[in-house]
Design a protein around this ligand. Structure first.
Ligand code: IMP
Length: 445
């Protein structure tokens, strides 16, 4: 039995969809614990591409129970569309469950998200415009609508009438937008409620029962460490906690049930939306990485900004999430490069800094310190074992693992399930060694 958290170790879009899909084959339950339809996971199975936003990637295995946990925010319109699309593609969704305490994204959340971004001007965050921030803001403000409310057809109209009238003041007076008609919204959401009702459960209880039966549970992260509300590059972050600790909060489980934490990182770095990005490449090589890596957002279609691998961020992700091992994705995107740079440290005001600066203005002004490695300039997409990889690719991976003090358990060389090298069993293989006081592994030598 093993309960595993899979998280993004960069700014999201690391290829978690493929890795969770791979690991889902040995999972009995897959849980999404935060975020909403801002996420986009692309999974390719037998040549068929599935683009998922909120439904866990495990849905492609009919015997795997998939739970949309209490820490998520649910836009019923989009989720129902996703459910219908899966059904059309012949994927069963009888194994899907939705937490009764998750929060609901309402039409005013989407409007406020877009309008407030516009209002921010130069200070905009570059959100996905899916209403995520305003939904979480209402959760904190305690004016949110939960799945439980949606299921209560008697109380829902009363609650929505009050909330929509309250939000209309904001829409009209602050943003100069037309008000919503409460009756229309209530009618629409009562319809969604009936569609979703069969899937709604007490998710924390269901997960607890699975723990007691010693089932394998996979906690599927969305977004990434640097987008974490508390530990990311604030304010250019999302409104939930995509770090490993967030998986427990957003699923309603205690940390003692977690056996492993696996981080997913691309062999280079990407970021969508605004905010500082020290290793960003704005010219030819950035364009090449974007083209070869098909770096367009699954949710918004926006081009992702591309840059060299940043090991300072990598080390930070190891620390914040307590990573046991890493999955490195899209190594093949680097195949044509003559040389490859890795950011090993930052220079901030003339000082070399090896640790991620939590001060946003330091981060915005840091300069990357690079180490240059030779490229391998040959295709790797057909490699299936470490021995198949060119020596320079192996050296590159070894360098990353050494910099981050964490083993690489999985290497991904393409979108398909088979374009993968399993270096060591990420779930049952050796755990990351603890570090002693001076930062070196205790079992070294
Ligand atoms: P929001 O989550 O829509 O509020 O957007 C806040 C920030 O997080 C923006 O920079 C988005 O581009 C980014 N973001 C949100 N979800 C994802 C994701 O799944 N992948 C990458 N970036 C994301």
């Amino acid at each position: 039995m093993a309960n595993v958290i899979v998280i993004g170790a960069q700014w999201g879009d690391e290829g978690k969809g493929k890795i969770t899909d791979l690991l889902s084959s040995s999972a009995d339950v897959v849980v999404r614990s935060q975020g909403g339809v801002n996420a986009g996971h692309t999974v390719v199975v037998a040549g068929q591409t599935f683009k998922l936003h909120l439904i866990p990637s495990g849905i492609l295995y009919p015997d795997t129970e998939c739970i949309i946990g209490s820490g998520t925010v649910i836009d019923p319109e989009v989720v129902i569309e996703e459910m219908e699309q899966l059904k059309k593609l012949g994927v069963t969704i009888d194994n899907l469950y939705i937490s009764q305490t998750a929060h609901i994204t309402m039409p005013y959340h989407r409007s406020i998200d877009r309008a407030s971004e516009e209002r921010r001007g130069d200070y905009k965050i570059g959100t996905t415009g899916r209403g995520i921030g305003p939904t979480y803001a209402d959760k904190s403000e305690r004016t949110g609508v939960r799945v439980l409310d949606l299921m209560d057809s008697k109380l829902l109209p009363e609650k929505l009438e009050w909330t929509i009238n309250y939000k209309n003041v904001i829409l009209e007076k602050l943003y100069n937008l037309p008000p919503l008609d409460p009756k229309e919204v209530i009618k629409e959401y009562l319809k969604y409620a009936e569609y979703l009702r069969p899937y709604v459960i007490d998710s924390s209880l269901k997960i607890y029962e699975a723990v007691k039966k010693k089932k394998n549970i996979l906690f599927e992260g969305a977004q990434g460490t640097l987008l974490d509300l508390d530990h990311g590059t604030y304010p250019y972050v999302t409104s939930s906690n995509p770090i490993a600790g967030g998986a427990c909060v957003g699923s309603g489980v205690g940390p003692t049930i977690i056996d492993r934490v696996i981080g997913v990182a691309k062999a280079y770095t990407t970021r969508v939306g605004e905010g500082p990005f020290p290793t960003e490449l704005t010219e030819e090589i950035g364009q090449l990485l974007g083209d070869r890596g098909a770096e367009f957002g699954t949710t918004t279609g926006r081009s992702r900004r591309c840059g060299w691998f940043d090991a300072v961020i990598g080390r930070y992700a190891v620390r914040i999430n307590g990573l046991d091992c890493l999955a490195i994705t899209k190594l093949d995107v680097l195949d044509t490069l003559e040389e490859i740079k890795v950011c090993v440290a930052y220079e901030i005001d003339g000082e070399t800094c090896y640790h991620f600066p939590s001060n946003a203005s330091h981060f915005a002004n840091c300069k990357p310190v690079y180490k240059t490695l030779p490229g391998w300039q040959q295709p790797t997409t057909e490699c299936r074992t470490l021995e198949d990889l060119p020596q320079q690719a192996l050296d590159y991976l070894k360098f990353l693992a050494e910099l981050m003090e964490v083993p690489i358990a999985i290497i991904s060389l393409g979108a398909s399930r088979d374009q993968t090298i399993i270096v060591e069993d990420p779930i049952h293989g050796p755990k990351r060694a603890l570090l002693d006081a001076d930062g070196s592994p205790v079992n070294e030598g």
